[in-house]
Design a protein around this ligand. Structure first.
Ligand code: C2G
Length: 134
């Protein structure tokens, strides 16, 4: 049983998130997602449209996801890798190198980010359309 861990905000879920989660699951057998809490998003200077409760509800409905845990801070990753007996940590390659401190504890992989889609882009498109409507 290869246990995989990844983290993120996963707001306004889109195909880039699904590609990442699918890739994570196919690299192992059991996928745990560390979902950024609303408080941690504030700390990351990110404002999610959906609350943690709703982002968790949506993630738990995805067939690739086996478990969702709260991501409260940057510093919890080593403890999580040990606590959840993680074999492989995966993030999109926009984070390449940022989590290499986990290498002594588990395998670390950065996978290609899906080009042409992001939560920020989705928000901008909606805001632009709304401004056109006014
Ligand atoms: N992602 C992707 N392709 C996209 C958009 C996102 O592969 N077009 C990946 C990111 O690389 C990340 C995951 O999807 O691995 C989640 O992305 P976000 O929800 O934007 O999370 P982020 O703000 O990067 O927070 O401690 C780590 C942080 O919590 C990551």
């Amino acid at each position: 049983m290869k246990r995989v861990l990844t983290y993120g905000t996963f707001d306004l879920l889109h195909r880039g998130h699904i590609n990442l989660l699918k890739h994570c699951k196919h690299l192992g057998n059991y996928l745990i997602v560390g979902l950024s809490t609303d408080e941690f998003n504030t700390y990351k200077n990110k404002t999610a449209c959906y609350s943690y409760k709703h982002r968790k509800y949506i993630l738990e409905a995805i067939k690739y996801v086996d478990e969702v845990i709260a991501e409260d801070c940057w510093e919890q990753k080593i403890d999580d890798v040990i606590k959840y007996n993680i074999d492989l940590f995966v993030m999109g390659d926009d984070w390449k190198g940022k989590f290499d401190f986990l290498i002594p504890y588990c395998e670390v992989k950065y996978v290609p980010r899906t080009i042409g889609i992001s939560t920020t882009e989705i928000k901008t498109k909606i805001e632009n359309n709304l401004s056109n409507i006014k």
